[in-house]
Design a protein around this ligand. Sequence first.
Ligand code: 1HN
Length: 338
Amino acid sequence: MTSNASFSDRVKGRSAVPLWEIFSDVVFPNPRPLLDPRHWKYTDLRPLLMESLDAVAIEDAERRVLILSNTPGHGITHSLFCGFQVVGPGETARCHRHTQAAVRFVVEGGNAFTAVDGERLYMSRGDFITTPSWTWHEHTNNDETPLIWLDGLDVPLSNFMQATFAEVHPAGNQEILRPDDDSVRRYGAGMLPIEEVPGHQHSPVYKYPYDQCRATLEALRKGPIDPAHGHIMKYADPRNGGHVMPTLAAYLQLLPEEFTGEALRNTASQVFFVVEGQGRTEIGDETFEWSANDVFVVPNWVWFSHSADNDAVLFSYSDRAALENLGLWRETRQWNPA
Ligand code: 1HN
């Protein structure tokens, strides 16, 4: 044994490690994404979602979700969870709350609502709904057909921070405190109360209706277009223009027919849901052909670019809000000289 090794062993024998032995494992020039890009076709998953209605009773499931699993911890990325949730006709997924935050994007809507923080939010296709950290939430389907939406959560990130709490509502259902869709009307018109603005860290708007958001994208067509994103808008907190929640950012973008986007990469990991249209996304050296209702995931710090065959609309969510809040957000746009 060299004297160096024995020094190292003596250090290790005291529950310590010489930094110089492991420096390059912990400090490196750029992120090293451990994730694979991946694509899930809705046509593969929908029949399984329908089968799951019989496979498990809602009372036994807490939430009937098929997780899009892409990491050993069942994240879709190292920081994000993703799944499709189904609620059968007449079912209620009981009220609970947890410190993990969720965003939902409605895939197959109907006469159904999610109740968040004392307010019922009715769910139509394309509606974007938030469930901020520690807000009571439950889901009820009063329709004759199943209700399906995409769930996006910061579960791996929250659990990494080991700050997870959860509880079931003692009454099974929460008390409804305000009229249906109240936050959309109260805070969604570009107006705010002049004095009592809510002090919490999330957007006071819990639903961003698709018809309004889609109309916004349509209005952007006449203006300049972002060479990488097409026409893109962020779901924003109207109080300050920030992200909807401290950990999660979400976006809606229109790629016009025959759009060919420039490549870009950033430190966020991103989940895309195809709302309308067909196209493809190059992620690293792979190409994923997508169509309506598909999901694909873009790992952090991997080059990606979108192109569309016809008018396409993509919803996406990411951990960008957390990264910005921690001072870790970075983005590079390529320019391809060829
Ligand atoms: C959860 O509580 C819901 O409340 C959905 O609808 C998906 C995924 C992981 C952990 C908790 C919900 C979830 C979840």
